[in-house]
Design a protein around this ligand. Structure first.
Ligand code: SAM
Length: 223
């Protein structure tokens, strides 16, 4: 069984204890930006109908895609998060890792993900996206990034200091609040995604930074 080092972080961060509060926490801790970032992902899929969401979590983005009239399939590593997605929206769900997809070749028009990229082997994910996408399909990865601007870095570090303190009270999120900043700071996911997608043959590989460089969306098309 293939295990990337990011899996240990994902298994420590996303648990039965915090699946029920995830939706509120992500909205609150991103000051509502999560919704705006997910709208960007939705927009990037354009008119493509059949969408696979990797790391669908509790189904926030999946339900936005369904509401937009798309046919959605979800996959996630964490059973408790999938159970929450199942309660939220009706769609085919599977448990597993984004690096080994249980779908046939050329099954989807788009593959999207939000907050997955820093936990996975991007080359394996890019290869699997290529395999399951039809020609003309698009892949869209969104995740946090460590800002490059000095002042923004100061704010970012201060914010995580506050979260660290909050983690003493909200114990189900303690591991995330204490360690997410390091995981994001050490992740090179944007460069890895761009390189993995280009080397696999994807075209129009592009990256857009959002919210003062604290998040990015990388997309690419299968010719
Ligand atoms: C921060 S949550 C994001 C959930 C959802 N994408 C959203 O934006 O609300 C991260 C999710 O990534 C999932 N995950 C982490 N590593 C994964 C992997 N290798 N394969 C599939 N899902 C993974 C976790 O189980 C968790 O549900």
């Amino acid at each position: 069984m293939l295990v990337h080092e990011g899996h240990a972080n994902a298994r420590r961060f996303f648990t039965q204890a915090n699946a029920g509060s995830y939706d509120s926490i992500v909205r609150f801790t991103t000051f509502g930006r999560d919704f705006a970032w997910k709208q960007e992902i939705l927009r990037a899929t354009g008119r493509r109908n059949s969408v696979l969401e990797l790391a669908c979590g509790t189904g926030i983005l999946s339900s936005m895609l369904v509401q937009a009239g798309k046919s959605v399939t979800g996959l996630d590593l964490t059973l408790e998060y999938l159970a929450a997605a199942k309660r939220r929206v009706q769609l085919p769900l599977a448990q597993g890792t984004a690096e080994v997809l249980p779908y046939r070749n050329e099954s989807f028009d788009a593959v999207v993900s939000s907050y997955l990229a820093k936990y996975v082997d991007m080359q394996r994910v890019a290869d699997e996206c290529w395999r399951v996408l039809r020609p003309g399909g698009i892949v869209v990865f969104h995740d946090f990034t460590y800002p490059t601007d000095g002042a923004m870095r100061g704010l970012w570090n201060a914010y995580f200091y506050i979260l660290r303190v909050a983690g003493r009270l909200v114990t189900s999120w303690k591991a995330v609040f204490e360690q997410l900043d390091n995981v994001v700071r050490e992740s090179d996911w944007v460069r890895q995604a761009e390189s993995a997608l280009s080397s696999r043959g994807f075209q129009n590989v592009s990256c857009r930074y959002h919210t003062a460089g604290t998040a990015a969306i990388v997309s690419a098309e299968k010719p």
